[in-house]
Ligand binder design. Structure first.
Ligand code: MF3
Ligand code: CO
Length: 290
């Protein structure tokens, strides 16, 4: 940490004197660090101006998913969903963050049934009655990133799959109850894990959520199986995703060796995921994207 005078401008770029801005915040961070807690770096703490930029990006992200929600149905290919996402994002001035990200070939991920995440849209995959599909949408606008995903049930879906989708959605609310300033990410992760297990499901351990804002994926990595009081301190301004992948059977997963992206459940049973993006505030949280 650089030395900064009480009357100097704050490091966050607000233009306000340090003593009136992040001085108390830094003291609080130091206190937790001295106690051995994992604390965020300054770069992970978003300023009000940055949060405003992320919010604008997220408005597009939400609108694109609303568009998908209004049009998705049996007979549509996942390739068509990809085209919708590209067109609806660009039309609003944004760019789909997944496109060409680390070589990813499409604008969105579409993950059906036993696909846990990172399913690649294809003209050969036609949605059919009974499918459960996750559409994971991420947007960049003016250098600000947003990321959220929703599940869709295509036509009549088996009661077992419908319940998996519903419980996974509810797990977000269960996790959100633990998001508060000066709590820990592990409080949230453990609440989600306990809820999923109590309902007879398992939570994927090897893939988690992430910090986000000025890049698509930032630190911290976010686990949904962690223990209370562990993982990173939730300081105001920390912006991250809550995106548990919940499996009907084992939490074990396998990567597609051919495409290098698609993640399957190891036992072939269904998996569901919902994703929201939140920022920790002075008195709780704000949901930026959903
Ligand atoms: N949207 C996914 C997430 O929640 C990331 C997808 S990376 C991609 O983190 F390249 F596959 F798009
Ligand atoms: Co994400």
């Amino acid at each position: 940490m650089s030395k900064i005078g009480r009357n100097d401008p704050c490091w966050c770029g607000s233009g306000v004197k340090y003593k009136k801005c992040h001085l108390d915040f830094d003291r609080q961070i130091s206190r937790y660090r001295d106690m051995g807690a994992e604390v965020p770096t300054r770069g992970m703490i978003k300023t009000p101006a940055q949060i405003a930029g992320i919010r604008e990006s997220a408005k597009i992200n939400i609108a694109v998913l609303d568009y998908v929600a209004a049009h998705i149905q049996a007979g549509v290919t996942t390739e068509e969903i990809d085209q919708w996402v590209y067109q609806e994002t660009v039309k609003r001035g944004g760019l789909p963050a997944p496109l060409h990200y680390e070589g990813y070939p499409k604008s969105v991920c579409t993950s059906i049934d036993n696909v846990v995440c990172h399913g690649i849209p294809s003209p050969d995959r036609v949605l059919k009655e009974g499918d459960i599909v996750n559409v994971d949408c991420s947007t960049q606008l003016n250098g600000y990133f947003s990321d959220s995903s929703r599940m869709f049930c295509i036509g009549e879906v088996s009661p077992e799959k419908k319940r998996l989708v519903e419980i996974t959605k509810q797990s977000l609310s269960v996790g959100l109850e633990k998001v508060r300033p000066w709590g820990f990410l592990g409080d949230m992760g453990s609440a989600i894990n306990e809820f999923a297990q109590a309902n007879g499901y398992s939570v994927v351990r090897d893939i988690g959520g992430h910090g986000i804002g000025l890049a698509f994926h930032e630190d911290p990595w976010v686990s949904y199986v962690a223990s209370p009081g562990t993982e990173m301190l939730m300081a105001p301004g920390l912006c991250f995703t809550i995106e548990p992948m919940i499996n009907m059977g084992t939490y074990e997963i396998e990567e597609d060796e051919e495409d290098g992206w698609t993640i399957y459940t190891a036992d072939g049973q269904p998996s569901a995921q919902w994703e929201i993006q939140v920022v920790v505030t002075e008195d709780g949280y704000e949901i930026l994207s959903y």
